[in-house]
Design a protein around this ligand. Structure first.
Ligand SMILES: CC(C)(COP(=O)(O)OP(=O)(O)OC[C@H]1O[C@@H](n2cnc3c(N)ncnc32)[C@H](O)[C@@H]1OP(=O)(O)O)[C@@H](O)C(=O)NCCC(=O)NCCS
Length: 188
């Protein structure tokens, strides 16, 4: 299964050649505004991160989000990344993360489609039970995309994130396999 394929996107394995795009994305302050990253990242650090990420189980490797180019060759263009973090196999639970680094592609439904595709992979192929994430309360775009992807608000950590001289709440959101199944179109 080389690709996870959706309507308009596909998810593929990351390659070393992607590091330049990753560096560009994670050194863009608008992209990282709502991510854990707080310091500019050098190529050396990014390469070191890539090597250590590749030593993790394949189910936790970063996947590159690609969209079909408008050009004549039907090429695909990378626009961001997504992944599962720290899969807990006993409880069949995982954290999920996403970053669309190409800002021109925000607000066109690609984040929602990516989440739906990765969630489907988590439940129907990896047999997970629960998929969850944390998101800053100020990240309205992400919260809306997660709601559209079927995630439920579970609660919040009050004033758990400090940035720009103030504290922000952090929302906890999740989806369970039976909730996801209930929302799937029936196959007959
Ligand atoms: C967050 C992210 C994954 C969302 O992906 P996306 O493709 O831009 O999102 P979608 O187009 O699927 O959905 C965005 C929704 O938020 C809405 N939205 C955008 N800005 C908003 C705002 N300020 N307030 C409320 N809703 C907003 C959009 O209108 C859209 O909803 P709609 O379809 O009902 O109109 C992407 O923007 C991203 O990677 N951002 C930078 C990194 C990041 O924040 N990652 C998440 C960390 S938890």
């Amino acid at each position: 299964m080389p690709y996870l394929t959706g309507e308009r996107i596909r998810l593929r394995a990351a390659e070393k050649e992607d590091i330049s795009a990753f560096l560009r994305w994670i050194n863009d302050e608008e992209v990282t505004e709502n991510l854990l990253l707080v310091s500019p990242m050098s190529r050396f650090e990014e390469e070191r991160w890539y090597e250590s990420m590749m030593k993790q189980p394949a189910t936790e490797h970063v996947l590159v989000i690609e969209v079909k180019d408008q050009g004549p060759n039907n090429d695909f263009r990378p626009i961001g990344t997504c992944q599962f973090h720290n899969i807990d196999w006993r409880n069949r639970s995982t954290e999920i993360g996403i970053m669309i680094g190409e800002k021109a592609f925000w607000d066109q439904g690609y984040g929602t489609e990516t989440m739906q595709l990765l969630i489907e992979h988590g439940f129907s192929t990896l047999n997970l039970h629960r998929i969850w994430l944390q998101v800053y309360a100020k990240n309205k775009r992400a919260i809306r995309a997660y709601e559209k992807s079927g995630l439920t608000h579970e609660g919040q950590y009050r004033e758990a994130h400090y940035q720009h001289g103030q504290y922000f709440d952090v929302h906890l959101m999740s989806i369970l396999k039976d909730e996801w199944q209930a929302e799937r179109p029936s196959e007959d």
